[in-house]
Every structure is written in C-alpha cells, then in structure tokens.
Write a protein that binds this ligand. Structure first.
Ligand SMILES: [Zn+2]
Length: 277
C-alpha cells in the first residue's frame, strides 16, 4: 500500500501539478485528528477512496485515524477535472495506559459475555452509521462535563490487569457520580441506554455528515433515540457502568467509521487552525 501511494504521489503530482484549486484545510494533519476543509466548486470528494459528504458551500470533514499512514490522498473533482492532493500526516506519540483492579470477567469475558459484546458492537456500529444531512456540527462543540479531570487520553495503548488490550478510542473525564453530562453539540440521538458490557449505559449523538459523539459509562441517560438535542442540554449523568473502575465519562468521536480525538472537535470554526493547500 505504501509503495502504491508513493508511485501514485509521483504520478499524480506530474499529471495534476498545474491544476490548482483553492482548498482551505482547518486542523492539525496528524494521527487522531479531525480535519475540516472547504473546496469551492467541488462536486465529489474522496479521502482514501471513500466518498465524503460535501455541503453546497464545498465544506467537508474527515478524520485521520490513530494509526493513519504517513501519506494519505485527498481527491476533489470539479465539473472540469480531478484534483489530487497528497497529504503528509504527522505521527503522534501515544501513551501507555496501565489500568489495574478491573473485574477479571471484564478482561477475560465468558462465551455468554462475548455474545453480548457482539450485540454491543452491532448496536454501536448501527448508531454511528446514521447520516443526517443537516450539518449540526457547524455550530461548534463544547466539553461534555464541567470541571472533568482527564483520566485517560485518546489513543493510549491499554494494559488492563497486565493484559495488552485495544488502544483507547476516546478520552476519559473523571467527575463525581451523578454530575450532569451535556450534549457537546446539536444533533439527533441515535442510541440511548443499553447496560452494555464495555460501555455500560451510553448515548450516541449524530451531528450530521456522518459525524457522531459517544458518551459512555453513564449512571443514567435522560434522552431517547430520535430526540433532537441542543449543545449544552443534559443528556445523562456520570456513572461507572460497563468496564469502569470509577465514575467517569468516556467521550468518543467518530466520522465515517474512523475514531479520532474528541478534543479536536473544539477547533471547529476556529480560523487559527486553518491554512490553504
Ligand atoms: Zn474510555
């Protein structure tokens, strides 16, 4: 794949070097980051061969996964031609998160637990696949917890009770049990409740253009599937349901199935993070 991309880069920079199209890129081109971009007159946009949803003004979003390769290809077609942009992605030094004292069954699930885990993954994947056209995300994001202490960052390699597990797919915000959890932006609830094995009680909100946020380990949720929420609305309360050693919110973010650091949502709309390609 890397060789293919290297050849593609050389080939396309030769063929398309004269076909400049003004593109604004907002965000940090680094692993685990959300990127907001705008290309006027764009008809179709592809990122790594996947077509993205593009608004009438040419705005679109994509994320660079935790392990995104150092060279990624952005393709933009206008009525006249196809433009190819190789993007150089900075690597990120992910930390190692050692967590001890987790209930052994939550580290080595039984067969019955594994069937529940399959259902959890299906429900979550379905909730993350909703795709409202309204770009609620354009109104910006806030932190979902007041005075939450970061107790686990996105991307960390997790060692739970001494066993190497999957990297952390969100960020953890520790706060007293029962503290309110807020919708970080406007949107539509696509999953609520669950008592799932890992994520416990959860709320998922769709913010449009396949961008969703996840709020896990809740003591309770106060919204239901289909509800429209506004940024700052209370959607539930801090708890420790699922796999958790203490009360905290696991805040996750996903676009087009790619998980990214939710803190990068806070940069949306901030021109300080924008530059032209
Ligand atoms: Zn977490």
């Amino acid at each position: 794949m890397k060789n293919f991309k290297a050849i593609y880069l050389i080939c396309c920079s030769l063929i398309f070097s004269s076909s400049a199209l003004a593109i604004e890129i907002c965000g940090n081109l680094a692993q685990g980051e959300l990127i907001q971009a705008k290309a006027e007159n764009s008809e179709h946009v592809f990122f790594n061969d996947k077509e993205l949803s593009v608004l009438p003004d040419g705005s679109f979003l994509f994320a660079l996964g935790r392990d995104a390769e150092p060279l990624q290809i952005l393709q933009i077609s206008t009525a006249e031609e196809l433009h190819n942009y190789p993007l150089e992605i900075k690597t990120t030094d992910w930390d190692v998160q050692k967590i001890n004292g987790v209930e052994p069954r939550k580290v080595t699930p039984t067969d019955l637990d594994n069937r529940k885990i399959d259902k959890e993954r299906e429900d979550l994947a379905r909730a993350l696949s909703y795709h409202t056209k309204t770009p609620y995300w354009q109104n910006g994001f806030i932190m979902p917890v007041n005075k939450g202490r970061t107790s686990g960052n996105f991307g960390g390699q997790r060692i739970i009770n001494g066993k190497k597990k999957s990297p952390h797919q969100g960020m953890d915000l520790a706060a007293p049990e029962g503290s309110p959890v807020f919708a970080s932006a406007d949107g539509t609830v696509t999953l609520s409740g669950g008592e799932y094995f890992y994520i416990g009680n959860v709320v998922v909100i769709d913010h449009g253009q396949n961008l969703s946020t996840i709020y896990a380990h809740l003591k309770s949720s106060t919204v239901k599937k289909g509800d429209k929420v506004k940024k700052g609305d209370i959607i539930g309360h801090i708890g420790k349901t699922g796999r958790a050693t203490g009360p905290h919110l696991h805040w996750g973010a996903s676009i087009n199935g790619v998980r990214f650091h939710p803190l990068s949502l806070l940069k949306i709309g901030d021109k300080n993070f924008c530059s032209n390609l």
